[in-house]
Design a protein around this ligand. Structure first.
Ligand code: AMP
Ligand code: FE
Ligand code: FE
Ligand code: ZN
Length: 284
């Protein structure tokens, strides 16, 4: 049994393996009572998730999304990526949906660019095979990685990232859109709560001051791949800066990437109450 709160999860609207209804059922089985759905550049899973959650009281869905940004080399190494979560945004606003469509269009263009790189490396893939997996969703490197596994180029999605697709990898092509500061600003413009996702993976804590300046309101502190000392450090940072220390499983479904479960690590209900208070501030 996991915790009652999980503020980071993915569905088939982006690179998750479970549809929104399946994800909600799975989360309910794991004892989750507050579930944020944070698909990459899409809110298309929300409506079904909210509908399904009505069958599992007291389960509540928090509307969210995740925006991935590429950043050039920082003080401590090569290029990396910074992911920004957004909660309680005005996701139904026309301008915001238009923004998300443009983000997804850039994701599709990036599939072609990565396919060109892979071909140069002697690992050709068909972009259409990637789009067949993506369907109406938001395309990402995990879909490319799955096609590479099917072609027998690598044994696992993880191996595809480690050898080719990770930031700075030989087949990775950085996105052209949005800096993390711009992602934070967009989420504030949509009256939501911007949160720096899994900073322990991004390795760009040096950017936190400028993100706070841009309107960042939280840091994802509780995360499966954060060590105990990282969790303690981000908790302290949040306390000092007046940010909400959020957390979540980043669950992508049973077969994809990390073998975690909804509701892990366990997160107390207090975290949701703090995030909800920030959301009220952001709208005020
Ligand atoms: P993209 O949406 O193209 O930026 O791809 C980023 C997504 O790939 C992340 O949100 C994760 O779901 C997944 N990912 C990143 N690194 C890895 C990895 N090393 N192994 C498996 N999946 C990964
Ligand atoms: Fe993902
Ligand atoms: Fe992420
Ligand atoms: Zn995520």
């Amino acid at each position: 049994m996991g915790g009652a709160v999980d503020l980071h999860s993915h569905t088939t609207a982006s690179d998750g393996a479970l549809g929104p209804r399946e994800l909600v059922r799975k989360a309910a089985q794991h004892g989750v009572r507050v579930l944020a759905i944070t698909d990459h550049d899409s809110t298309d899973g929300l409506r079904e998730a909210i509908d399904e959650a009505a069958n599992h009281p007291p389960l509540e869905i928090v509307p969210g999304l995740e925006i991935n940004c590429d950043v050039p080399a920082g003080p401590r190494g090569g290029p990396t990526e910074v992911h920004v979560l957004g909660y309680c945004v005005d996701w139904e606003a026309d301008w915001f949906q238009q923004f998300l469509r443009e983000q997804r269009e850039e994701r599709r263009a990036r599939v072609y660019r990565i396919a060109e790189r892979l071909a140069e490396l002697g690992l050709p893939i068909e972009p259409d095979d990637v789009f067949a997996l993506v369907r109406e969703g938001s395309a990402g490197r995990p879909h490319i990685a799955q096609v590479m596994v099917t072609r027998g180029y690598v044994k696992s999605v993880r191996e595809a990232f480690d050898k080719y697709l990770q930031a700075g990898g030989p087949a990775n092509v950085p996105r052209k859109r949005l800096t993390p500061v711009e992602a934070v600003a967009i989420i504030r413009r949509a009256r939501g709560v911007p949160v720096l996702a899994h900073p322990g993976l991004a390795g760009r804590d040096d950017m936190i001051p400028e993100l706070v300046q841009a309107g960042l309101l939280g840091i994802e502190t509780y995360y499966p791949e954060h060590s105990a000392s990282q969790t303690a450090a981000y908790r302290a940072m949040c306390a000092t800066l007046g940010l909400v220390a959020t957390g979540g499983s980043d669950y992508h479904g049973p077969a994809i990437g990390k073998a975690n479960a909804p509701g892990t690590p366990p997160i107390p209900m207090r975290v949701w109450h703090e995030l909800r208070a920030k959301a009220a501030d952001a709208r005020a």
